[in-house]
Design a protein around this ligand. Sequence first.
Ligand code: FAD
Length: 1014
Amino acid sequence: MKILHPASLTQAAEMMAEGAVPVAGGTALQLQWSQGRARPAVMAEVGSLLPRGIRGLTIGAATPLEEIRRAGLPLLSEALRDVAAPGIRRMGTLGGQIGFGAGCLMPALLVLGAQLETTEGPRALAEYLAEPRGLILSVAIRPADRHGWRKTGLRAAFSPAILTSAFALKMKGSRISMAHLAVGGGPVPPRRLAGTEAWLAGQDPATLDPDALRARIEAEVQAPDCAFRSARYRRRIAANALAFGITGQLPAQPGRRTPIPARALPPQQTVLGRASGGERWQTRPDMPAKVRGQMPYLTDHRAPDMLVGRILRAAHPHAEILSIDTTEAEALAGVEAVVTHRDIPGLNAFGIVFQDQPALCADKVRHIGDMVAAVAARDAATAEAALALIRVAYRPLPLVTDMAAALAPGAAKVHAGGNLVSEVVLERGDAEAAFATAAHVVEATYTTPRQMHGFMETEGGWIAPEGDGLLVCVGGQHGARDRLQLSRILALPEAKIRVITSPIGGGFGGKDELTVQPALALLALKTGRPVRLQLSRAESTRAGIKRNPMTIRMRTACDGEGLLLAQEVALLADSGAYASLSPGVMETAMEHCAGPYVIPNIRTRGRLAYTNNGIGGAFRGFGCNQMTYAVECQIDRLAAKAGLDPAAMRRRNLRVPGSPGYLGQAVGPSERLHEMLDAAQASAIWAPFEVAPEEIPGTGMALTYQGTGLGTIPEDEARFALRLKDGKVQALCGLDEMGQGLVASLHAAVAERLGCARSDVEVIFGDTGAAPDSGSTTAARGGYVVWKGVSETAPGLSARLLGQAAQRLGHAVESLCIVPGGIGARGANAPAPLLRFADLGDVTAEEAHYAFPKSDYFKGNARFLFTYGATLARVAVNRITGAVRLVRLEFHSAAGPVIDMASYLGQMEGALIQGAGFTLSEDILMRDGQMVTKNFDTYAMPGVRDVPGEMHVTAHETLDPGDPFGPRGAGEIGFSSITPAIANAVADATGRWPATAPFPPEEILAMSEAESAA
Ligand SMILES: Cc1cc2nc3c(=O)[nH]c(=O)nc-3n(C[C@H](O)[C@H](O)[C@H](O)COP(=O)(O)OP(=O)(O)OC[C@H]3O[C@@H](n4cnc5c(N)ncnc54)[C@H](O)[C@@H]3O)c2cc1C
């Protein structure tokens, strides 16, 4: 790509005549490249030649959008708030916005009658858009008496436009003398609505019929369907927005629908936050480096002889591989190695549950992210060029993309053994008889999305030969298991592989399975040099593990008083091409299918299907959150039928502490469901609240009941050690720091238990060569592993420290204690130590090996320790767009004592926001085995404008007397019940429950319209 710098507009015109593409801010061009548009060979930089600045209502074409936003221009400045993000607006220009063609601002410029000055003479904007010629020099707009604008995107924060609309009116008295209406944005061609404009002329906005106006606009708007929203929806929101803007009228709405729970006394609660935390609030030790961007991650590492790796992925979602020819790629200068399945010395298969995934595909590809070959080269460009030279011949096979069809007789097989990965069936009592006698029955099918983890650091790292083994430095969630899996693939003893997995820029389950390690390891072994590799965001989107999409059909019955009688559940989950941890996800969903309620008669069946839709697997919530969505909506639906408020319905059916779990297993002590219900009932969230005139308020709740740990069937053990070395109390723990606060929690737990300062503690973690195997950093098991490890080792280390100090100081052991910085005199007022840790010398490690607490049930995978919570949501449902705005979220949690307040709160707030994304906007759309959502630009994770204005988190920290199990894990509970809380709030607002997540705005709009029509 060549960039020319013309000295004048004449020279620029000559360059353009020869094919150079003009570039001003370059932001729209970059957006197009990220979406796959080819980069022009030659560009001419014109931004510096074009007029910049604002004079009256005339704007220079090179004026940055942000400057226009701040200028207070009619309509434009208001509209620009919704165009791109501030950083883009500071670079992007008005000329580029028009040249882009799909700019959001077009309707606003059209209704303001924009006239352009161009190098080809003056032209009206509409004319220029129809036939763009020459360079835009300036844009003049005409003000109106009244105007309005609305952008509807994939989320509230900046995102591609679904549709933008604008109007400008000139008034004569109370009547419209001239109306300009326009739509555009994204795939909608920018256009004025001439028919409706003519109809409006002479009318009084206060008396005209808004329904007639809506109908006219809807008929006139031309908008396409796309994978994200339908044409009908686009026409509808254009009509709603313009009609509401012009008339200020919307149909009347009925009041709230859900009975308000009776007030209760709040349980004992710790309010979590910097202000309320007092001395318990400590800034996390990893935070300053992280917020400054100074934390060195494994993907940041560079060394002089390091090669760059790249992976060749499948060209088809399902195909037989006929041949792989790497000759040309190997011959390319700068290429050091190409590896294929032929280079695998051991087992060409991996997978945490079943080893069904090839490290490099040999005979078949099963999804679009499958790895076929990998290249190590001197630089990224050479490695990418080499990928293009690898010739793979395929024979496409029939696609399996629908999970129900995948399990139908005669379906094409993704794996030779068929498409049923696993099945879980459980029946108890006589469900059919119970349904027959029930007073109320509700049935719905809930659908959940293929959510992407969206971690900031995509999959990657580096691997280098070390002696006669390998040093593997790739972000992961269980180094010892990664080592085991690699040892099988490489036929290399585990002892010869050292795996460093931390620090990680986010995991959420998506780095639990092997990612780039097999390809990188093969390249490092073949070249004998360190090789690095990090997936681009697009490659991570294509190849990375996602949350398993599910459909859950649930039928639930209660008697006339709201007592639950029976439930039938049919779950279907999409595993994608390989199993990974999906069987565990499905089992966990099934284990939670009655939630925290007692249901005597049940009939449940869960099935997991192989398809060609990417790969599913571990993701925070791990099946529990999907099932909780269904269960907690069913409870509200039945409450509505039985005439009960949501809390009363729940209390009537709640588990009794100590009673068996859903599978009949023993459940651990300290159940806090009643306290969580008390907290929900005591909340002020049920009070009426103000929303905008175009919104309907709603309030909802849901309970959380989630098992922690791996369950009864998988091995679930941990090792831990504590020692004094180099003047630091070192905690050796094999867990990983993914941003969840492991390091802070260890600092807090050790300091609290020993009596030293947090700053005396150093954590050695995430390294199989330096820390013991503490098991996986998953399943919310970390909190217990940390607490138990410290509890087991601290007394022993404390005794050794004091004994050694007593000898050195010549004091009696009983007269000493551990204080911040070292060993002090027991009972002394002076905080200064008599002997500093640094002067004490090293003290050998105290070690612990313990099992995560398990239940007594082995017919299926059952959890023993549970966590509890109540999520409450206030929402505002937009009657123009169907968008759901989160006004306030509350999460009341009970997971035992809080180890580190900032980490705990971070887990809860983070989970709530990630759960809000699952609920309202995040889904990787796939069609025919290909990703429709290819990158973050169309993957709508919540931005700052999507998070609620208020979030409030509490912790109920007590344990039952004699409870020996300490803090429970806090990583997942915040996620469990956010979706049903929001769904129940939407039902409060509209009278209907959304059963598809993310909630389609089109469906929510239809719900609110149906309600106002009723
Ligand atoms: C992350 C991101 C988010 C974005 N979000 C939005 C959004 O929400 N809404 C939106 O509308 N846009 C969005 N954009 C696109 C873009 O930023 C804006 O449209 C911006 O106004 C483009 O201005 P620019 O100067 O950077 O254009 P450039 O990229 O330089 O050029 C864009 C096109 O216009 C042509 N061009 C440039 N200047 C002129 C001129 N004076 N006369 C004629 N043709 C010209 C170029 O040849 C090119 O074809 C986004 C971009 C990014 C990267």
